[in-house]
Ligand binder design. Structure first.
Ligand code: LMR
Length: 328
């Protein structure tokens, strides 16, 4: 690991990654789409990079490219299969073309809180999901938490009827499209990096995302307020290509995976704290947060939960039952 000041190193520095790799080191590019400051994924990716570059110096060298500077989520998995990037952590909604199993995480009101999400992911069913794309050349390494989603729009949202007729940006997921249709709203799938501009110019009226993404992308600046619905999960799967993993010597792979697992455990345990900090930062920035009474929230549940029926075949009735048992 050296710190050569070349044009390439400077441009890498500007994007948040700083390692300049030595000849002979295995270069690991980690591409993601969020900010790094305060963000659960940004923090975890940087911690992984720091530890790999310190503990595997001379063997492996990691560079993190945040903020969609290398790829957006629609491109990154194809780039990974081409060998152009080694690690990514797209949200579970972004794997539609590879597996339908993750649809369970997008179903509205499936999990009561992040502890339930964690327990489901740690279960045998959840762990098996990490292997579900091997046939397509991708291996899940671990789930990373972000949090529960909230709605925001350019008008106040209190009752589900308030969302009717509005255009909402959604991630590229059929479940999320169906969820917005259940609200009689118009879903607009769009890349993360384009959402702020689309909200600002009125291409869409609203969006759904977690506190860290609402804060990190400053969506609150161009919205009337945020309604605390906690209606769905946004979590990540860190993935690599099976080809790349197979290309590593067993001892190198083991050392990397030990560091990866430790970072995963540490940062997932901190998710409640990071989420609360981002919610507070949104408030401190002067944004309006609308809290719902239990009766008001129930009205959103009543309208959105029937979406489960449409996707039961994809996700498996037994998996829905297992998730509900964890909630109880
Ligand atoms: C989104 O597209 O809204 C999120 O998946 C972005 C992210 O990585 O948190």
């Amino acid at each position: 690991l050296k710190f050569a000041v070349s044009a390439a190193a400077l441009s890498v520095a500007a994007t948040g990654a700083y390692a300049a790799c030595d000849d002979g080191e295995i270069v690991v590019k980690f591409s993601h789409v969020t900010n790094t400051d305060k963000h659960p994924k940004g923090i975890a990716a940087n911690l992984l990079m720091e530890r790999v570059n310190e503990e595997m110096d001379g063997t492996m060298c990691m560079e993190v490219y945040p903020n969609s500077t290398l790829y957006n989520d629609d491109q990154v998995l194809e780039a990974m299969l081409q060998g152009d990037v080694q690690l990514a952590a797209p949200s579970l909604s972004k794997f539609e073309t590879f597996t339908k199993q993750f649809r369970i995480f997008d179903l509205p009101f499936m999990f009561v809180n992040m502890d339930a999400v964690d327990a489901f992911q740690s279960s045998e069913t959840g762990q098996a999901m990490m292997d579900s794309m091997q046939r397509r050349g991708l291996q899940g390494l671990g789930f990373w938490h972000n949090g529960l989603k909230q709605f925001s729009a350019n008008v106040p949202l209190n009752a589900p009827e308030d969302a009717a007729g509005l255009k909402f940006r959604v991630q590229t997921s059929d479940v999320l499209v169906a969820q917005m249709e259940a609200l009689n709203a118009s879903p607009q799938p769009m890349a993360f990096s384009e959402v702020y501009g689309a909200l600002q110019t009125g291409v869409v009226d609203g969006q759904e995302n977690t506190w860290s993404n609402i804060y990190g992308q400053k969506f609150f600046e161009v919205q009337d307020g945020i309604t605390e619905t906690n209606h769905g999960v946004l979590d990540y799967l860190v993935v690599a290509s099976t080809d790349w993993l197979d290309s590593l010597d067993a001892d190198v792979r083991d050392q990397f995976m030990t560091i990866f697992d430790e970072v995963t455990t540490e940062r997932n345990a901190a998710i409640g704290e990071v989420d609360a900090e981002n919610r507070q930062a949104v408030l401190d920035a002067g944004a309006t947060i609308r809290e719902l009474s239990p009766e008001q929230r129930e009205a959103w549940v009543t309208v959105m939960k029937p979406v489960w029926d449409q996707f039961e075949g994809d996700v498996g009735a037994e998996n829905i039952a297992a998730a509900q048992e964890i909630n109880a």
